[in-house]
Design a protein around this ligand. Structure first.
Ligand code: ACM
Length: 266
């Protein structure tokens, strides 16, 4: 059965949650026909924090967040779920997280495993693995931005049974990661919804080009390199669950894990 999912590309307002929510609300309304909407990385706060104190000031606990409350309200209003990038505070640690939110509030959290550049000074690397969550009959995994460069985590999502990987991002290297995403979708035989951001912060320019990819590596939708965009696509979980390549080949069953030991030893 075909399902409608969406991605939103826009520019959060650095350090101004209320202004970001005001930008986001009409974009979310445009995605109201979808069951699931993916937003960019660090959506509530923006990205280019001056220092750890500024990151801390914007970060919120998953269980006590005005931004996630705002999203839960939009979920109730429009009848969808949202995956958002989120600066998460947990005790004295900060994580660059992705959170699945429904009308009832936060449902699941992923903490970015591969931190990019200055993020290493601000955030703790993730410690929750790559959870796969069942929601409305769809199996969802979440990854964040620079995770694009590590095929291991994309494979973990496939092994967990994901039909769809939700991928909030703030890509800064033009076109680079966007080329890898359809390949991750193809070699794992699932859908990917990548929501990237646009605009600039403190000299850092974000490269847009958000995209939805299908289980044969096909690009189902691609947003422009600049400007806001809402892309809604139809996906079919049955296609993601069929890993056959030929009558004799299967993307997962043909793996040779006994030959892959160096992957986990080095
Ligand atoms: C990135 O991981 N935000 C490039």
């Amino acid at each position: 059965m075909s399902r409608r999912v969406a991605l939103v590309q826009f520019a959060p307002v650095l350090g101004d949650r209320a202004a970001t929510e005001a930008r986001l609300a009409p974009l979310l309304a445009r995605a109201a026909r979808a069951e699931l909407v993916v937003l960019p990385e660090l959506c509530a706060t923006g990205y280019a924090f001056a220092d750890r104190a500024e990151a801390e000031a914007g970060a919120e606990p998953v269980g006590d967040s005005r931004f996630l409350d705002f999203l839960a309200g939009r979920c109730a209003e429009h009848g969808f779920d949202v995956v958002t990038g989120f600066a998460e505070r947990a005790g004295d640690r900060l994580y660059n997280s992705a959170v699945l939110v429904g009308p009832e509030g936060p449902v699941a959290t992923y903490r970015k495993l591969h931190l990019f550049d200055r993020e290493k000074e601000l955030f703790t690397p993730g410690d929750l693995g790559v959870p796969v969550v069942e929601r409305r009959g769809l199996k969802l995994a979440m990854l964040v931005c620079f995770d694009w460069a590590f095929p291991e985590v994309w494979r973990l999502a496939a092994l967990g049974g994901a039909d769809l990987v939700c991928h909030p991002a703030n890509f800064v290297l033009a076109g680079y990661a966007q080329r890898a995403i359809p390949v991750h979708a193809q070699v794992n035989g699932y859908y990917v919804l990548n929501a990237n951001r646009v605009g600039a912060e403190r000299g850092l320019r974000f490269t847009g080009g958000s995209l939805a990819a299908g289980p044969r590596g096909e690009v189902l939708a691609r947003a422009p390199a600049a400007g806001e965009a809402v892309e809604i696509v139809a996906i079919d979980p049955a296609q993601a669950r069929d890993k056959r390549v030929t009558a004799r080949n299967d993307l997962l069953a043909d793996r040779r894990p006994e030959c892959y030991r160096p992957l986990v030893e080095s």
